[in-house]
Design a protein around this ligand. Structure first.
Ligand code: ZN
Length: 267
């Protein structure tokens, strides 16, 4: 009888907690859409392992399957798009990285915020629709993604001004995604895109600072990280560094040293 009870418990647990097979399946999808990009897969492996442990603690309240589905959905939607680095890394590295920053630096544990981070550029840059996002991921995620989506009918500069005006009125979910997005994009500037002038890089830092100034109290660790990166990287922009890191792995630590790593830590 006891064996039967244990067996039933095992069945119930395995239904509630995402299994290794789910993580592996998403990894396969990500591998095929990113052309087996080693850095994207390494980042995914680290994050998904931690998410899986957290999901097994939280049970059905923390729906890892929905987060994994978001990664598959975003990878498919961003297929063919690349970042601006010289290696033209597949774009999906960015949304996963933004979710990673929220998780690792901001210690954000809301599944809806992490899902919105993964999807945050889909409405703006892909053929994803609001109806699709709501049906697959729910109204709270859709609301956040819409909040951080620029209006395609107006210019880039005007959108930047609107973002500064709009940011203080966003939901906490929207502010978190916006802040982590900015941390990620500023970290990219540790190696500015080859075509960017010093003025363009400088303007980008100023914009990052303005956004940071209108989002106080959103997340101390992420705000601290962004301020630190703006201050230190701006000083050293275009100064050749003796350290060569793979793309998207260069950060400035709290002592001002350039370090290589998959994600910065909050300490
Ligand atoms: Zn983004």
């Amino acid at each position: 009888m006891k064996i039967v009870q244990l067996f039933l418990l095992f069945i119930i647990c395995s239904l509630q907690v995402p299994s290794f097979a789910d993580l592996h399946e998403t990894r396969e999808v990500l591998a095929s859409y990113s052309n087996n990009h080693h850095l994207i897969l390494q980042n995914y492996d680290r994050l998904s392992e931690e998410w899986n442990i957290y999901a097994s603690e939280k049970g059905e309240n923390w729906d890892l399957d929905r987060l994994l589905l978001a990664i598959e959905y975003a990878a498919e939607k961003h297929l063919g798009q690349v970042r601006k680095d010289p290696d033209q890394t597949p774009y999906i590295i960015h949304p996963i990285g933004v979710a990673g920053l929220l998780w690792n630096v901001g210690e954000v544990r809301s599944i809806d915020v992490l899902i919105a981070a993964v999807l945050h550029d889909t409405l703006e840059d892909t053929d994803a629709t609001e109806e699709e996002i709501e049906a697959l991921f729910g109204p709270r995620v859709l609301y956040t993604v819409k909040e951080v989506t620029n209006d395609p009918s107006i210019s880039g500069e005007e959108n930047k001004l609107r973002q500064i005006e709009h940011a203080p009125h966003m939901s906490l979910d929207g502010k978190l995604v916006k802040l982590a997005d900015r941390v990620y994009n500023v970290s990219d500037l540790s190696l500015p895109p080859p075509a960017w002038t010093k003025e363009k890089v400088d303007a980008y830092y100023s914009w990052g600072q303005k956004l940071l100034d209108v989002l106080p109290g959103t997340n101390t660790a992420l705000e601290k990280k962004l301020q630190f990166m703006i201050d230190h990287q701006r000083e050293n922009a275009f100064t050749p560094t003796p350290i060569k890191c793979p793309p998207f792995t260069m950060w400035v630590d709290e002592d001002g040293n350039v370090v290589c790593g998959y994600f910065p830590t909050s300490k």
